[in-house]
Design a protein around this ligand. Structure first.
Ligand code: AMP
Length: 382
């Protein structure tokens, strides 16, 4: 890194974590002439397959983390459940962006919710739960139905249990492993939105607008951009996202997920301090993708244009699509406006994100129809 904080092309960037987000980051970085090292406990990973160097070590092997960070100019992460001690060990050797503090706040639901409520941001009503008794009290205070979520290590609906009636409380408490959790009131939302945004070290802010998200079983299924939401909700979501990035002093990319309620108001569901699944369309549809934006912010370069070149819709490809054999890639790619992304994962387990499709079209309705059709073609002949 130079004295002015710039990390220029030709330098090496370290990525903690090795999934598809790191893979797409590495593709953006290598395109701009950077070298990429990745560290995670796994081998032959989505990121490792396109990085210059894949280091296989546990996140709590702090000596390995220090050696990794000493060999690069800057470290970023693609997975927010990297332990805070890992980010701190890396920060002894080189800058870490976003900072370990951002990671620490956002990797724990209670810390994240405390931060949001202290910042005056709207969030889903919740209570901290640390025993079956406190769960009963929380259910009484919030009312049911609700969703019990573990305080740490939750994503894609993992570690979550729906509580319909009091009879479900014991099973839900056992379900979260009797660990510190939050009970959230169930929000009968109109739709789900997200805003992916980036902030540079000198405080510039850019965003990709409000994206409309459809989930199935707690996992993102389809993202539509621009989202079909009232202009005022979209404007407000962006303003709230800006408040979040500024309050957290993020240097990098962060996604804010929202529930849009029937009365038109917004509640923040959760934050992800990194590129997000709902921003994958930017890889194909925008002048600067969310991954290049993370690279630019991490390296101290000016942020790129977020202009979206045309409406887009993204559909995730989960391991379930492999249930009856290899999907029919030729049939899906026969739609010329659909882009296929596969993450190089070997084992297509149900619920596992294996890839995605993005359709580009003159209208979001057409993009949605095309991406849906392309995904259906993958399994039509099976
Ligand atoms: P999360 O992992 O917390 O983002 O939850 C995954 C998905 O579960 C969300 O995108 C929603 O579709 C649903 N969900 C989570 N929390 C709530 C809630 N409090 N009310 C209604 N739906 C929820």
């Amino acid at each position: 890194m130079r004295d002015d904080g710039l990390v220029l092309p030709g330098s090496t960037i370290g990525v903690l974590g090795s999934g598809q987000l790191g893979r797409m980051f590495a593709i953006a970085a290598r395109r701009m002439g950077y070298r990429v090292h990745t560290l995670s406990p796994d081998e032959d990973t989505p990121t490792g397959q396109v990085a210059d160097l894949e280091i296989n070590a546990r996140y709590d092997d702090l000596d390995a983390v220090r050696r990794f960070a000493s060999a690069v100019s800057v470290v970023t992460f693609e997975f927010e459940n990297v332990p805070a001690a890992t980010a701190a060990a890396a920060a002894e050797c080189c800058p870490v962006r976003p900072s370990g503090q951002v990671l620490h706040t956002t990797q724990h639901r209670l810390r994240e919710k405390t931060f949001l409520s202290e910042a005056g941001l709207p969030l889903t009503p919740y209570r901290r739960v640390d025993s079956l008794r406190s769960l009963r009290t929380a259910a009484f205070e919030l009312g049911l139905p609700g969703i019990l979520k573990t305080a740490d290590f939750g994503y894609d609906g993992k570690g979550q249990f729906r509580v319909e009636t009091e009879a479900d409380l014991t099973a839900a408490w056992d379900g979260v492993g009797r660990r510190e959790s939050v009970l959230e009131a169930f929000i009968p939302f109109e739709s789900e939105l997200s805003v992916v945004a980036a902030r540079s070290a000198d405080g510039n802010f850019v965003h990709y607008g409000a994206v409309e998200n459809q989930h199935v079983n707690g996992i993102l299924d389809i993202a539509i951009a621009p989202g079909r939401v009232p202009r005022e909700a979209s404007r407000r979501a962006v303003a709230l996202a800006r408040q979040v990035l500024e309050a957290l002093q993020v240097v990098g990319v962060l996604c804010v997920e929202f529930f849009l309620k029937r009365d038109g108001s917004l509640s923040i569901n959760e934050l992800a301090p990194r590129p997000h699944n709902s921003g994958h369309f930017t890889f194909d549809a925008n002048v600067t993708s969310q991954f290049e934006q993370q690279l630019r912010a991490t390296c101290g370069l000016p942020l790129g244009s977020v202009t979206q070149l045309c409406p887009a819709a993204m559909a995730n490809l989960l391991g379930d699509l492999w249930a009856n054999g290899e999907p029919d890639w030729a049939a899906a790619t026969a739609l010329p406006n659909v882009k296929l992304h596969l993450y190089g994962k070997m084992a297509p387990r149900p619920g596992r994100k294996m890839g995605h499709l993005t359709a580009l079209a003159p209208t979001v309705e057409q993009a949605l129809a095309d991406v849906t059709e392309a995904r259906a073609r993958l399994t039509r002949r099976q």
